[in-house]
Design a protein around this ligand. Structure first.
Ligand SMILES: Cc1ncc(COP(=O)(O)O)c(C=O)c1O
Length: 318
């Protein structure tokens, strides 16, 4: 297996910790600790994607997401660090309070274009049109789709499985729970696991797309990655399980009930969960696995801490 080249952006390996919550013990893989400003799951993907952008001598990188996108923030910081310009296409509006990830985006000095909900549906076309314009002016642009979920980006989570397997014997583990936004993290986990011939179940908690849409996105990414890199991995679709119903309040919101759980978890463990992703994924983990005798399942903390600052009121009130 030939692993594509990458930049060194993340602090790896991230720790795997045994946590006790409400008297029950379980393992948490701390991908919130891939860094500080450059933190969370997106950094693993960006290590591969930005290496390619650099190879192609891109001067500017485009990407997109919600106004509190962790991926957009990580891209803006990483691009700045390696001397590339960055433009973000964010679903939101310029009147939004500049807090959390958006605050950090602004600090990097990157350009930001705000799109409304309907415009955001065509964000890929918008980015490619703008790229064409800049190309005509002789500027090289590298476009990163939502969440960095490309067949190159998912190498971040293919290699994650190798990293985790060195920390614990994954043959003794039944599954991993992760939040799923664009699906790349789950796709990488599935490919990584099957390449090591493990029988891990990947439990993806969909926070942005419906159950059927995210399922298709993940499967397509797994198949495309397998083909693009001629990995020859045997994929068992049954190993991908969507834990649906944990984002009924919407991607940009978090229910009072979940905030209560997040606060209780924070007070007992010192670990914070974010409103868009890990707060919802942990609610699913809590309901389905905690204290239930149904195998050993790891909770993957994918980061997202800065999103909390855009939700101060909700976190304080609950
Ligand atoms: C904190 C956090 N967790 C999980 C995810 C989901 O990752 P993916 O887009 O690869 O499904 C994201 C990004 O979307 C994220 O920012």
């Amino acid at each position: 297996m030939k692993i594509p080249p990458k930049l060194g952006l993340a602090n790896l390996p991230t720790p795997i910790q045994e946590i006790s919550f409400r008297g029950k013990k379980f393992l948490v893989k701390r991908d919130d600790l891939t860094g500080m400003e450059l933190s969370g799951n997106k950094v693993r993907k960006l290590e591969y994607i930005l290496a390619q952008a650099k190879k192609e001598k891109a001067e500017i990188v485009f990407t997109c997401g919600g106004e509190q996108s962790n991926h957009a923030r990580a891209t803006a910081i990483a691009a700045s660090k390696i001397g590339m310009k960055c433009k973000l296409f964010l679903w939101g509006n310029s009147k939004t309070e500049v807090d959390g990830n958006l605050f950090l985006d602004k600090l990097t000095g990157c350009e930001i274009s705000f799109l409304n909900r309907v415009e955001y549906l065509s964000v890929n076309e918008i980015m490619f049109e703008e790229r064409k314009k800049l190309l005509k002016k002789g500027k090289k642009v590298y476009v990163i789709p939502e969440g960095g979920s490309t067949t190159l980006g998912i190498w971040g989570y293919i290699t994650f499985v190798q990293e985790l397997n060195k920390q614990i014997d994954l043959k003794k583990i039944d599954g991993i729970v992760t939040a799923a936004g664009s699906g790349g993290t789950a796709a990488g986990l599935i490919l990584g696991s099957s390449l090591l011939k493990l029988d891990l179940k990947i439990f993806a908690v969909n926070v942005l797309y419906s159950e059927s849409v995210i399922k298709n996105k993940i499967i397509q990414l797994v198949e495309a990655g397998n083909l693009d890199y001629q990995l020859g991995a045997k994929i068992y679709e049954d190993n991908m399980v969507i834990l649906d119903g944990y984002s009924k309040e919407g991607y940009k919101n978090i229910s009072k009930e979940k905030v209560k759980l997040v606060k209780s978890f924070f007070r007992q463990t010192g670990i914070l969960l974010d409103p868009a992703y890990t707060g919802k994924a942990f609610a699913a983990f809590n309901d389905n696995f905690l204290g239930k005798n149904i195998g050993k399942v790891i909770f993957l903390h994918t980061g997202g801490l800065f999103g909390i600052f855009g939700k101060r009121k909700e976190y304080l009130i609950a």
